[in-house]
Design a protein around this ligand. Sequence first.
Ligand code: PLP
Length: 377
Amino acid sequence: MHYLDHAATTPVPRAVADAMYEVLTARFGNPSSQYPLGFQARRLVEDSRAVVADALGCAADNLYFTSCGTESDNWAIRAAAWHGRRAGKHIVTTAAEHSAVLEPLKLLEQEGYEITRLKPDRNGNVTVAQVAEALREDTVLVSMMLVNNETGCVFPVAEAAKLLKERKSAALLHCDAVQGFLKVPCDPVRWGVDLMSLSAHKIGGPKGIGALYVSGSLKNVRPLLPGGGQERGLRSGTEATAQIAGFAKAVELRRDHLEEKLARMAALKRYCREKLLTIPGMETVGDGTAPHILCMSLPGYPSANIVNELGEQGICISAGSACHKGKPSHVFTAMGLPKRTAAGTFRISFGPETEQADVDALYLALREHQSKRFPML
Ligand code: PLP
């Protein structure tokens, strides 16, 4: 198999699976239980929190485990809206956010909020000047992702934080860093971000575990899941100890020689781009600089067909986000890509395990696909 879809999810290294197995079978206590097995589980959760928090550069007390990136996004948005309920009902975001942000915002829209969705340019980028222009007295939240999951574009989150500070805006800044954490610089404390969403399964951790960073300066954070009072009363539900341990182990492994890993991914991305561009008609989509995501298009060749055909040969790439229910993705529509380009767009994404041979196999398969088919005009 040639797995080139690390932005969709990542393989779990053996050491992560082993750590989880041990928790599931031996250290399986409930962290709330008042006997040694429970105390051991509590310690495991807190040690894991410290590992993830250290990688994010924040205090462990400011990090809360959730069930996934989607939950973190939903929680951040709901909590920010509630936090600013007396200040206004205007929210700024980008039209290129993941649906884990766009869909909860749509619900707020139905509840009377006004949402300004900043359009990315033709290369997939948004600027802080767009945020400056959109910001109003009654803006209560700016939600901007760190790395776009389709184009790999890095958004100006640090600059947005600076802008909010300069304007003395009461708006909170939320950042969906699911695709950015341990891929590009990500420093919520230094930048002054209020809320930041993470997910383990994009960095070699298990699915079903995420985290939300909540700035220490934020008081009265409203829980999304009230209940038994876990996570210091802010996120109830018995802690998913095995997933939490797996998240921490994945972070530890990923941080080992991280710069080398990222440089290798970036080099493979460059190699892949150059190689694929030798195929007649191939185009690069956007100018994403994240080291692990490359977006390309073969206009006239619908990417859903390409993905299916390559999948049968054991080559995994994505048009999943790119082609949703037959319609081009909201990101490419917002970028103003011509329909044929948008429909032909596919995403290749890299991880530390990716080899040049994976890229070579993709190149050969794409050439073969193209030579077998006439383009759809
Ligand atoms: N945000 C972004 C940018 C993503 O790419 C994803 C997953 O693809 C999510 C949020 C959702 O994360 P999860 O799968 O952990 O719910």
